[in-house]
Design a protein around this ligand. Structure first.
Ligand code: G3I
Length: 349
């Protein structure tokens, strides 16, 4: 009798376990069907305040990037003061939940604090200031951040060097920045990160030339970040060419800020119809399927630029309320593109 009482619930449990296994096998997470780190950029306020956001950050990704809080303006607000509080919050969340942490970004022309813009001094003083910034931040996160976007967006579309505070005051600032970052954490994987190389062969070539030059001089560069802020009509042959050329450098490749815009012209009456959504899903499949074909040793991972459509910089920064670039909708539900992408990759496994 006793045995029977135990037997029935155990059978039930077995059935339920089996059922849940079947369901999860039928509806896997995207991270389960890829063999490389999969991530998103995140915002600490959202991680604190929004349960749905936090749940996705925990359950869907294996890697995280701070969307803004490790940039110069936020992490180094005054000449004599660093503010690591928000970056540390993200790192603590990543550590607690077993995520890899990627660092973004040490040197950029944008989001520079006013005191740096007003900085006065000769070349030596500028170098000392930038070196101190890079080495203080990298040292603070040494052993916690696996890889850094050391320099971000140094080239214009025509392949020329973008005028910036750094280019203006520190000759060879890219090479120096990589060297300084490497000195601070010799184990960190160091990336050059940029956007919009597709259809801009001169920009692509400038990046390849930079990589060749740094390698020739023995400057430590280990990876290329391709931001991949693309749109649903981006040309596949151009995206493929960028990936192929980047892979040919032998460096690690990070699709570092992926999103696929659908309303680039900011049409206020835009309707996110099934046709557009399905073209967007097809392009997501193309991007992932191209990426899984590159050598696994070069797969640093794919990172989405934030989590849901509502959180996207395209809505905030560009003020495009009718933009739907990501895999989760405004209610933090998986969009059809998530499921289609996951199923298509699952079939290839
Ligand atoms: O936090 C302040 C808030 O206090 C203030 O009231 C408000 C008023 O404008 O601004 C808030 O800061 C905004 C910040 O995002 C945080 O939300 C800035 O204005 C806004 O400019 C900033 O935009 C960020 C943008 O970089 C800056 O250029 C986006 O969130 C961020 O997604 C975007 O990320 C970049 C990558 O770093 C590099 N690649 C391109 C990508 C998109 O531009």
């Amino acid at each position: 009798m006793e045995n029977k009482i135990i037997y029935i619930p155990m059978k039930l449990i077995a059935v339920l376990l089996g059922l849940s296994y079947c369901l999860s096998a039928q509806n896997p997470h995207l991270k389960e069907v890829v063999k490389f780190p999969l991530g998103a950029s995140v915002n600490p306020r959202m991680l604190n305040e929004n349960e749905a956001y936090r749940k996705i950050a925990k359950e869907e990704w294996t890697s995280l990037t701070a969307e803004n809080h490790m940039k110069m303006m936020l992490i180094h607000p005054a000449a004599d003061r660093f503010d690591f509080s928000k970056g540390d919050e993200i790192v603590a969340f990543a550590e607690k939940n077993g995520k890899r942490m990627h660092g973004h970004t040490l040197v950029w022309h944008n989001q520079v604090p006013p005191w740096m813009k007003d900085f006065q001094g000769d070349q030596k003083a500028w170098e000392a200031m930038l070196k101190n910034h890079i080495q203080t931040v990298v040292s603070h996160y040494k052993g916690k951040i696996v890889g850094w976007d050391v320099v971000n967006e140094s080239f214009l579309d025509d392949g020329s060097m973008r005028p910036s505070l750094w280019a203006d005051h520190i000759p060879d600032y890219i090479a120096k920045s990589f060297q300084w970052a490497h000195e601070a954490d010799p184990n960190a994987i160091l990336f050059y990160n940029d956007y919009g190389q597709d259809g801009k062969p001169k920009k692509m070539q400038a990046i390849l030339d930079l990589v060749a030059d740094l390698k020739r001089r023995g400057i430590p560069i280990h990876g290329l970040g391709l931001q991949m802020h693309i749109n649903f009509v981006s040309k596949r042959n151009e995206l493929q060419e960028v990936l192929d050329k980047s892979v040919a450098t032998g460096l690690k490749i990070h699709l570092s800020e992926l999103d696929i815009a659908v309303n680039q012209k900011n049409n206020p009456n835009f309707v996110y119809e099934e046709k557009v959504a399905s073209e967007q899903a097809e392009l997501y499949k193309f991007v992932f399927q191209s990426y899984i074909k590159i050598p696994t040793t070069q797969q640093y991972g794919i990172t989405f630029w934030n989590i849901s459509d509502k959180d996207s910089w395209l809505r905030g920064y560009f003020k495009r309320p009718k933009e739907y670039p990501l895999l989760f909708d405004e209610n933090y539900s998986k969009k059809p593109a998530y499921t289609e992408l996951t199923n298509s990759l699952n079939k290839l496994n």
